[in-house]
Design a binder for this molecule. Structure first.
Ligand SMILES: CC/C=C\C/C=C\C/C=C\C/C=C\C/C=C\CCCC(=O)SCCNC(=O)CCNC(=O)[C@H](O)C(C)(C)COP(=O)(O)OP(=O)(O)OC[C@H]1O[C@@H](n2cnc3c(N)ncnc32)[C@H](O)[C@@H]1OP(=O)(O)O
Ligand SMILES: Cc1cc2nc3c(=O)[nH]c(=O)nc-3n(C[C@H](O)[C@H](O)[C@H](O)COP(=O)(O)OP(=O)(O)OC[C@H]3O[C@@H](n4cnc5c(N)ncnc54)[C@H](O)[C@@H]3O)c2cc1C
Length: 644
């Protein structure tokens, strides 16, 4: 029987890495314990034969694919539970842990929403008594839930949701009702056939007054027969671009009654007599969305690292064309155009992973503050979660597609796994807050920050440079720190441009809403630039911080990887950089001028092209089959790729 022989090119490339593979493995896993955890789970998974498909899933019927996904989901959840119970330190909700386990099956799990939103909502929005009643059942999958917020008619505009929950004091119940077709819940994962409970987000009415959207825990299917309960209409919404086994469904209520105690009451409450007790902040109802947005940054990085691995490995083994007659066909990785496609994907997977970890730490700190009743950091974290979720998911999805294209026809095969990864990452650009809407949310925060900056008010950390910027004259040398300052200058410039745009439209007679809409393209751009500055700065600082405790060989490669990222994005946004003055920003006189003058002294402009072509690049490969983490380093002129 033919033994799978590893490709010679791959073996040769793998023999050339220049640093300790295990050291980088630990760095990526967040430490030696993270690597041990991951390998232990992978070891468990790789030996479960039921997780390996006999028939490609694309050849299965929708029903067979769903049943296959349920089977795998149950196996993986059991493995996760067993591992969590054995390792109390394994935080299933630390970015990528839970998702990474569930995504070891190729199909999106029909219980992803249970783990990813239903359980976290109980954690975050149920009272202590309610957690006592429901949390263990949910963690042990004795109840299977989803998060039913979006409706046929509204996904973004939460205040426009139509499902009602009207309190009846005579029976101490809420009556859930779908008054219109557009009020039907539409999209929740697992709702089609899997979930028997869900978190329902509905407009709360008591004593004929509406108190806005609140969350309720609702049983929708019989625990024994799994049939929909009376007054419940539920089913599958049908085929989609991807996520075919996420089991997205619809849900309608016909005057469906639930006990008062099923309103999640950690923040706001309705008393037995119908009196409403207000939450410290209405925004706390939105808590689960913030958590998922924070997780998406790390999960987008993880999905991108998978795509980059496939593309890097393929680029090492694929030989094509003959630039020199009579010579062997070169590996396509030797083409600089191929490097330009693949290496930024590798760099971005690291940038987003480190930024996702930084955001997770900020979120964890906020959660602690919220428990102490301190909401001060909530607005900034909301703004950060919005723009980082938007940009990370969009970058990840775009670069997954770029990786696919870099593999030619074979990238178009289902067996390449690119279609599955593309489908998963494409969804993240829309769900949990649509791309544009999220950037506009951040813009809302930036406009307030700009007004405070003009008033000299000290701002929160990620926008502090708006006030201090004009003291720190840009160095304008070709260094990473100067590039980061340049991104700050661009962000401030775009924020000011958008604020001036709103003011211009107001002065021309528009009210604020119309002026906001007229300037909204500039507002989105300002958020993008603010977010890009955060990713660049965080990536660079995280590498500097960790480099001090790692071997020099690894530190060098990671530092150059972060420099590649900075250089790439300056070149991508060179127009914005050309506009930025080399003199200190003055709030009243900030203006964009062109660097059209031939004698531009900015060393950045001339330095970049040289820089980006002389970079050593790191390709990271996580291969579950081999249970190893191997890496590739490549020097431009050596055209050698380390283990990959
Ligand atoms: C590649 C990886 C693949 C998979 C892994 C993915 C994830 C990780 C793992 C598990 C996750 C689980 C499952 C994944 C699969 C599918 C999940 C999908 C689930 C969903 O999509 S659930 C539905 C999500 N829906 C939304 O996100 C709705 C978006 N809309 C909104 O958030 C709001 O409507 C709005 C913010 C856009 C606008 O709100 P509004 O118009 O009502 O109000 P304002 O704009 O006036 O804002 C009011 C005020 O409140 C502040 N605010 C708003 N939102 C928040 C918040 N979340 N937190 C804090 N503060 C908030 C806002 O800033 C305003 O404040 P201000 O002071 O008045 O300015
Ligand atoms: C794969 C997948 C899984 C999902 N899972 C769930 C789930 O489990 N639970 C759940 O509740 N939901 C889920 N959703 C729904 C998802 O949260 C919504 O689709 C998302 O919030 C976007 O809302 P929408 O579809 O109504 O789009 P819309 O908000 O209608 O957006 C359509 C267009 O209008 C634009 N737009 C909207 N509002 C504004 C504005 N104020 N300013 C400028 N432009 C605007 C948007 O930018 C976009 O271009 C899922 C969606 C997908 C795709």
């Amino acid at each position: 029987m033919a033994v799978n022989k590893v490709n010679e090119d791959l073996l040769r490339e793998r023999a050339r890495y220049t640093f300790n593979i295990e050291e980088l493995t630990n760095f990526i896993d967040g430490g030696e314990e993270g690597t041990r955890n991951r390998r232990e789970v992978e070891d468990m998974v790789i030996h479960v034969k039921e997780l390996h498909d006999e028939v490609p899933e694309d050849y299965l019927s929708h029903k067979e694919r769903y049943e296959n996904a349920v089977k795998k989901g149950c196996i993986l959840i059991d493995l996760l539970k067993e591992h969590v119970l054995r390792h109390s330190s394994f935080d299933a909700y630390k970015p990528s842990n839970m998702y990474r386990v569930l995504s070891m099956a190729k199909e999106v799990s029909p219980v992803l929403l249970h783990m990813g939103m239903f359980v976290p909502t109980i954690f975050g929005q149920a009272s202590a008594e309610q957690q006592e009643e429901w949390l263990h059942k949910a963690l042990m999958l004795e109840i299977i839930g989803t998060y039913a917020q979006t409706e046929l008619g509204h996904g973004t505009f939460l205040r426009g949701l139509e499902t009602t929950a009207t309190y009846d004091p005579s029976t101490e119940e809420f009556v859930l009702h779908s008054p219109t077709l557009t009020s039907y819940k539409w999209w929740p994962g697992g709702l089609g056939q899997t979930a028997n409970h869900c978190i329902v987000v509905a407009q709360l009415y008591s004593r004929e007054k509406c108190y806005g959207v609140h969350a309720f825990l609702v049983q929708i299917r019989d625990s024994e027969t799994h049939m929909p309960l009376p007054g419940i209409k539920v089913g599958d919404i049908g085929p989609k671009l991807g996520f075919q086994t996420a089991n997205n469904g619809f849900l309608g209520f016909d005057h469906f009654r639930i006990p008062r105690k099923n309103m999640l009451m950690r923040n706001a409450q309705v008393l037995k007599d119908g009196r409403y007790v207000k939450s410290k902040s209405d925004k706390l109802t939105y808590g689960t969305m913030m958590l998922v947005r924070v997780m998406i940054v790390s999960d987008a990085a993880y999905e991108l690292s998978r795509a980059a691995t496939i593309a890097a490995r393929y680029s090492a083994v694929r030989r094509q064309s003959m630039p020199r007659p009579g010579q062997p066909e070169p590996q396509i990785l030797d083409y600089v155009t191929q490097q330009h496609k693949v290496f930024i994907a590798i760099a971005t997977s690291h940038a987003l992973r480190l930024t996702g970890g930084w955001l997770w730490d900020a979120y964890s700190s906020l959660t602690h503050d919220l428990d102490q009743g301190n909401l001060d950091q909530l607005p900034e974290l909301h703004a950060l979660a919005c723009c980082l979720k938007a940009i990370s998911s969009r970058d990840s999805n775009s670069l997954v597609e770029q990786c696919r294209m870099s593999c030619g026809g074979h990238g178009y095969m289902s067996s390449s796994n690119f279609p599955t990864i593309y489908g998963a990452t494409a969804a993240t650009v829309t769900y949990e807050g649509e791309y544009t809407v999220m950037l506009l949310q951040t813009a809302r925060y930036l406009m307030k920050a700009w007004k405070e900056a003009l008033g000299g008010i000290v701002l929160t950390p990620t926008v502090a440079y708006m006030v201090t910027y004009n003291k720190a004259k840009p160095a304008w040398v070709n260094t990473p720190e100067a590039i980061i300052q340049g991104f700050h200058a661009v962000a401030v410039g775009k924020v000011k441009e958008a604020a001036d745009g709103i003011e211009y439209h107001q002065n021309s007679g528009k009210d604020y809403e119309d002026a906001w809409n007229a300037a909204s393209v500039m507002l989105v751009k300002a958020s993008e630039c603010y977010c890009r500055a955060i990713i660049c700065e965080t990536f660079w600082k995280e590498i500097q911080k960790h480099s001090r405790s790692m071997s020099r060989n690894l530190a060098v490669v990671l530092q150059q990887l972060s420099e590649l990222y900075l250089s790439y994005w300056v070149l991508e946004r060179s127009g914005d950089f050309f506009q930025v003055r080399t003199v200190p920003l003055t709030r009243t006189k900030f203006e964009f001028v062109s660097f059209a003058s031939p004698k531009c002294h900015c060393q950045m402009c001339t330095g970049f092209v040289a820089h980006i072509t002389s970079v050593v690049v790191l390709a990271v490969q996580v291969s579950i089959q081999n249970l190893t983490l191997t890496f590739c380093t490549r020097k431009r002129n050596e055209f050698d790729i380390g283990s990959c």
